[in-house]
Design a protein around this ligand. Structure first.
Ligand code: FES
Ligand code: FES
Length: 183
């Protein structure tokens, strides 16, 4: 008998009716058409299917969809801002961190979960997070370098976003200093 599933995927809420044995990867790919999440093995051993569930990297082929009832899921489709790629996606391109790309969405989602939690990971911490992500074509060094580069890009983006607020504050101070009146 089908069961009800309420989930939020990439900011959209869904109310679905599914067989209890349905895997999260099946819901994402077959019911929601989010085929950026790849399924490459039948043994929970490649991590190509990784998505983020409530902030944690999760293999979507190894979890029942009903286990994510009420949770927030992010897939690779949820990263770009319109035509602008997410800094992690751009860093993977610029550092030649993939070839066929089959493992890449899973790698990028695992990297995002890490950088959200730890914006300054060491090389070893990146290695630990990416342990178990199998790639048949690219050197793992390039993937590690892409994630270190992504961390720098995210920090610059955050600093740039803070800049307008600081500028406003500065001009307020300047006005106050000139007029001698408090804001
Ligand atoms: S497809 Fe999920 S671990 Fe391989
Ligand atoms: S880029 Fe081909 S499997 Fe990783």
């Amino acid at each position: 008998m089908k069961r009800e599933l309420n989930i939020t995927v990439n900011g959209e809420s869904y109310n679905l009716f599914i067989e209890p044995k349905t895997l999260l990867v099946q819901v994402l790919r077959e019911m929601l058409g989010l085929t950026g999440t790849h399924q490459a093995c039948d043994s929970s051993s490649c991590a190509a299917c990784t998505v983020i569930v409530d902030g944690k990297a999760v293999k979507s082929c190894s979890i029942l969809a009903l286990q994510v009832e009420g949770k927030k899921v992010t897939t690779v489709e949820g990263l770009a801002d319109g035509p602008n790629l997410h800094p992690i996606q751009q860093a993977f391109i610029d550092n030649w961190a993939f070839q066929c790309g089959f493992c890449t969405s899973g790698q990028i989602m695992a990297a995002k979960a890490l950088l959200d939690e730890n914006p300054n990971p060491t090389r070893e911490q990146i290695q630990m997070q990416m342990d178990g992500h199998l790639c048949r074509c690219t050197g793992y060094n390039m993937i590690n370098e892409a994630i270190q580069d992504a961390a720098k890009r995210l920090k610059s983006r955050e600093a740039a976003m803070k800049l307008p607020a600081q500028k406003n504050l500065q001009s307020k101070w300047t006005q106050t200093a000139k007029s001698g009146k408090g804001a």
